[in-house]
Structures are given as structure tokens and as C-alpha cells.
Design a binder for this molecule. Structure first.
Ligand code: FES
Length: 109
């Protein structure tokens, strides 16, 4: 179990990308806050496997309602990672189990 970041580092709504420690070839994790809840996803678009963001921590659309892949514009529901529009519609981001404890976001696996 790894500590990823402080919960207070992320606005609500907001998101933060966490790169893997010591394994730069592995995809990172996206931590998303929305509606008081916290969600985690592997930072790899199901369309082509690329990271979603172009600029650091820019994962959400303007309204803060969807995660967006900047490569081809796929949109993903924050609550379950499913693609609702774009070239990978019907596919999903891979979930990452997270817990929040004492103000820290921790990865379960
Ligand atoms: S790589 Fe994400 S939409 Fe194409």
C-alpha cells in the first residue's frame, strides 16, 4: 500500500497525476476528487494506451464533469471511468482502489 498524495492537494472537483516510483515505464495513477468522493484510475487511455493529460494534472473538462483524454478527446465518467464519448466509447479506464486515511490518499494494490 502506497501513499500517493495528500487529499488537500486536490481541489473538488479536481485531479492529480501520480507517477510510479522507480518504474517510469509503468503508467501512473489519476486521483480524482468529485462530490466529496475520491476515485482512482490507471493513467492509460483504453484507445491507445497513452496518458490522458498533456499538461500536469489537467485531467478534467472545463465543467469538472468528465475526465478527458487530450490525444483524441475521449470523455470518461468520473464515477466509474467508462468512456461516454470518443473513439473508445463503451470501454473504461482501469480502476485503482484507493483509501483516504488521516488526510492521505493511499493505493490499496
Ligand atoms: S488515445 Fe485517448 S482518445 Fe485516443
Amino acid at each position: 500500500m502506497a501513499y500517493l498524495c495528500k487529499l488537500s492537494d486536490i481541489a473538488d472537483p479536481g485531479a492529480k497525476g501520480i507517477d510510479p516510483e522507480g518504474a517510469p515505464e509503468q503508467p501512473g495513477v489519476i486521483v480524482v476528487r468529485h462530490g466529496g468522493a475520491v476515485y482512482g484510475y490507471v493513467n492509460a487511455c483504453p484507445h491507445q494506451g497513452t496518458p490522458l493529460e498533456t499538461f500536469p494534472d489537467r485531467f478534467l473538462d472545463r465543467d469538472g464533469r468528465h475526465l478527458i483524454c487530450t490525444t483524441h478527446g475521449a470523455r470518461f465518467r468520473i464515477t466509474d471511468g467508462s468512456c461516454v464519448a470518443g473513439p473508445c466509447k463503451g470501454q473504461s479506464l482501469a480502476p485503482v482502489a484507493l483509501t483516504v486515511e488521516d488526510g492521505w490518499v493511499r493505493r490499496e494494490s
